[in-house]
Design a protein around this ligand. Structure first.
Ligand SMILES: [Zn+2]
Ligand SMILES: [Zn+2]
Length: 350
């Protein structure tokens, strides 16, 4: 391979495999850095982008991948505070800093956000160029693989639990969907002081895993009315907060029904179905809330790294397998079909 060239996994056309091809190594402009990739997680969003097209990209061909970590390889003009060789995780969207949400510190919902692998080239590649403001330092005792999944599979549920759901000490919570994000959400609810955590999933395998990371009670969603089980687990009142990580109407409906009066449901999963839940009478009478939660703010990722560094996060089951870049299509397909009950499949460039 030429010194100025690198390999990248690029989407040319929806529903066709990503092409692993040789392209030019990008050059960092002012305020940007070139990062040599070490790891990048495969997300459910990659499945939607590559395989079913429910997430559209701004252009093609585009390099996918938005859960990156690596090492700074070159610095553009005017970059201060960073050096070649620094270990970094990358906040996966470039924000404007000028729109109303950015001004309030909610950069996660920047109106002009440009997401890696959606609006600009992502990280299933040997190198990526990114503004230095997107970098978060990786603590010495956190691996590149762990840091990579922190950027989305970690930070997204962290944001949902701490900012959108605002779980308080002593509350009872239910987690609908115990895959990559739900598993981490269980741990964040525990750290937030939740008294009881009820894990709901259709897979017994996922439920056992949920128990290992801190769930207290499990409910198999395959039964007829899982919300009734969830409610009875909290003296029949229902839970204070329910989180939904699946993105299907049935799960959102069950999450809302499992709430106590005055409870709040936070939905994180993405899917094409319409949300069609309970009647306004039930919803209003019970003073319920249904809250969407998208991604995370860069400050969430910063705090998450501090938690990971403290050893208070069990990341031992967060990465279920590691594959090389040229097997990324297999990884995306395995995630879609849930081959081997994946939590997070990570592409390694090491
Ligand atoms: Zn993602
Ligand atoms: Zn903005």
């Amino acid at each position: 391979m030429n010194e100025k060239k690198m390999m990248a996994a690029r989407l040319h056309k929806v529903k066709t495999p990503l092409l692993i091809e040789e392209i030019d190594i990008p050059c960092p402009g002012p305020g940007e850095v070139l990062v040599k990739m070490k790891a990048c997680g495969i997300c459910g969003t990659d499945v939607h982008t590559a395989l079913d097209g429910t997430v559209a990209t701004a252009y093609t061909p585009i390099t996918l991948g938005h859960e990156p970590s690596g090492v700074i390889s070159d610095l553009g003009d005017g970059v201060r505070g960073w050096n070649k060789g620094d270990r970094v995780a990358i906040y996966p969207q470039v924000t404007c800093g000028a729109c109303p949400p950015c001004r309030e510190g909610h950069d996660g919902i920047c109106i002009n956000a440009r997401v890696l692998g959606m609006h600009r080239d992502g990280a299933f590649a040997d190198y990526i160029v990114i503004p230095a403001k997107n970098l978060v330092r990786i603590p010495v005792n956190v691996s590149f693989r762990e840091a990579a999944i922190m950027t989305d599979a970690g930070a997204t549920p962290f944001h949902a639990v701490t900012k959108r759901g605002q779980v308080r000490p002593g509350e009872t919570v239910a987690i609908f969907g115990c895959g990559g994000l739900g598993m981490n959400a269980i741990q964040f609810c525990r750290l937030a002081g939740a008294a009881r955590i009820i894990a709901v999933d259709t897979s017994d395998y996922a439920l056992e895993r949920a128990l290992r990371v801190g769930a207290d009670i499990t409910v198999n969603a395959g039964i007829e009315k899982p919300y009734k089980e969830v409610m009875s687990a909290n003296r029949g009142y229902g839970v204070d907060v329910a989180f939904e990580f699946v993105g299907v109407n049935a799960a959102i409906d069950q999450a809302v029904r499992s709430l106590r009066r005055g409870g709040r449901a936070v939905t994180v999963g993405i899917g094409p179905e319409r949300i069609n839940i309970i009647s306004p009478f039930f919803f209003v009478y019970n003073d319920l809330a249904l809250i969407g939660s998208f991604g995370s703010d860069i400050g969430d990722l910063e705090r998450l790294m501090a938690i990971a560094a403290s050893g208070k996060l069990d990341l031992s089951e967060s990465v279920s397998s590691v594959i090389p870049l040229n097997e990324v299509n297999q990884g995306v397909s395995d995630l879609e079909k849930k081959v081997g009950n994946p939590v997070r499949i990570v592409v390694s460039m090491e």
